[in-house]
Design a protein around this ligand. Structure first.
Ligand code: ATR
Length: 471
């Protein structure tokens, strides 16, 4: 039997769709899964593409059915199952073969797996795959990290199955070790911030302006033709106009306001903290989901604070659109700042422009705006998006609206953890004289941590007076 071009192990939702995508592009795919019955079910449901599949329940036969050097994608449940699968495959692999881990891995696990497999002569690629089930089937954004040599063996297949933006594949090698999964993690952090900022704007439309879901939907649909044009704005319009068949009510009003999270957004906030990078808009989005989860406490507190006065919102719809654009730039600036610092710390040499390019299609945060961002990183080599000339112009034109909307949100009692953090980031980032001089004075007072004086060399200490005893 003719050997397969590539192998794929793990035939749950994402794995099955990825295998069909590969087969559709004309490749022969060896497929396997822990539970053998799922292999048969998968092949039976593959229709015309079944002829491109090489099924095998036995791991040895599965590996042997793939052309050398082998590229084997594993798409199993994240965590221990990935390590167990790698262990089970290892005895059947030969030097030069590669494991391509495509699940939702923590990047630290990818670093470890890369470090464990490299000395054995087995390549390890950790790839972030974004775009959900639909993306996996018809073209995801693929963020590749790991062994560069083995990347070249799989490059053609992976770029062929990736989403295309103006004909360019949204798939690229980004760096060694855990670089691919790290970039995917930050993608998800930005996704959280993007979604939360949209929800905050919806909140002010609903609570501060008294707009119906349908009226909000119309506004989001019109925004999708402008600078905010993106997948998330498009689906927001569609979610807001959906009607519940049973009651005839707007579906969004019946959906419980408790947001779920699988962890990658949280990982991005943790990474930002660990790297010492200000990513408050992303952190705000993670915290907002946590606050949403304690519904019962929120209901009780709303009764206690029933009499807090709130004001109507005076911002215009145009200001809301502009505020969202400014907030979005701050969120992306933060995400890219985390990528930049991680790249420096890990020696990854992450290509920021390329990352923006491969996010233009296939993934959840895909948008027109990323095209402009890619050019800015490539053309201007900007240290932060906030100071890239194209974005300076956008921030100049839109920061006033962000300020107006955040102020309105505060007065209307409509929480803006992300837009508020975006504004504070913008103001903090552009503040030549900050307030940390006072913090340094306080730190020296109670802990003799020292400070630098702007008019002399070396670390100094204050001659502080005694404090009143408080006990
Ligand atoms: P989904 O894509 O639907 O979100 P998932 O829960 O992330 O799926 O992963 C499920 C896949 O991981 C399945 O292929 C599952 O194999 P089974 O069909 O045999 O359940 C696989 N999986 C889970 N634990 C595994 C393990 N310990 N060893 C090998 N494969 C495992």
């Amino acid at each position: 039997m003719e050997k397969a071009d590539i192998g794929l192990y793990g035939l749950a939702v994402m794995g099955s769709n990825l295998a069909l995508n590969i087969a559709e592009k004309g490749y022969r795919v060896a497929v396997s899964n822990r539970t053998a019955s799922k292999i048969d079910e998968f092949v039976a449901g593959a229709g015309d593409l079944a002829g491109q599949l090489v099924p095998n329940a036995d791991l040895g036969a599965f590996v042997a059915s793939i052309k050398r050097p082998r590229s084997i994608i594993i798409m199993v449940k994240a965590g221990k199952p990935v390590d167990l699968t790698i262990q089970a495959l290892l005895p059947h692999l030969e030097k030069g073969d590669a494991i391509i881990e495509a699940g939702n891995a923590n990047y630290r696990d990818s670093v470890r797996r890369y470090d464990e497999l490299t000395p054995k002569g087995i390549g390890f690629l950790g790839i972030g795959v974004s775009g959900g089930e639909e993306g996996a089937r018809h073209g995801p954004s693929i963020m590749v990290g790991g062994s560069r040599e083995q990347w070249h063996n799989a490059e053609k297949v992976l770029t062929d199955i990736a989403a295309k933006y103006d004909g360019e594949p949204c798939c690229a090698y980004l760096g060694p070790g855990g670089a691919g999964h790290f970039v995917k993690t930050i993608h998800n952090g930005i996704e959280y911030a993007d979604m939360q900022m949209i929800a905050e704007i919806y909140g002010i439309m609903r609570d501060g302006m008294g707009m119906s879901p349908l009226a909000c939907a119309e506004v989001f649909k019109s925004w999708n033709a402008g600078p905010l044009s993106s997948y998330l704005i498009e689906i927001t319009g569609l979610v807001l106009e959906a009607v519940d068949e049973k009651t005839g009510k707007p579906l969004v009003e019946l959906i419980l306001d408790k947001a779920g999270q699988k962890g990658t957004g949280r990982w991005s906030a943790i990474a930002a903290q660990e790297l010492g990078v200000a990513a408050t808009t992303i952190e705000g989005a993670v915290a907002a989901r946590s606050l949403s989860a304690i519904k019962e406490q929120r209901v009780a507190a709303s009764a206690i604070y029933d009499s807090v006065p709130v004001e109507k919102c005076s911002a215009t719809l145009e200001q809301l659109e502009h505020a969202l654009l400014a907030g979005k730039i701050a969120a992306y600036a933060q995400g890219f700042a985390v990528l930049s610092k991680a790249s420096e710390e890990n020696g990854w040499d992450l290509p920021l422009g390329t990352i923006a390019r491969i996010w233009r299609a296939g993934c959840i945060i895909r948008s027109r705006f990323l095209d402009q961002m890619a050019s800015s990183y490539e053309k201007d080599d900007a240290v932060n998006l906030m100071v890239a000339p194209d974005f300076v112009r956008i921030m100049e034109a839109n920061n006033g609206a962000l300020r107006r909307v955040v102020a309105d949100g505060a007065l209307a009692g409509s929480p803006m953890p992300c837009l508020g953090a975006a504004l504070a980031y913008f103001d903090g980032y552009r503040q030549a004289q900050g307030t940390a001089n006072l913090i340094q004075g306080q730190r020296d007072f109670f802990g003799a941590h020292g400070f630098i004086l702007t008019d002399r060399e070396g670390e100094q200490h204050g001659d502080w007076p005694p404090t009143l005893e408080t006990d």
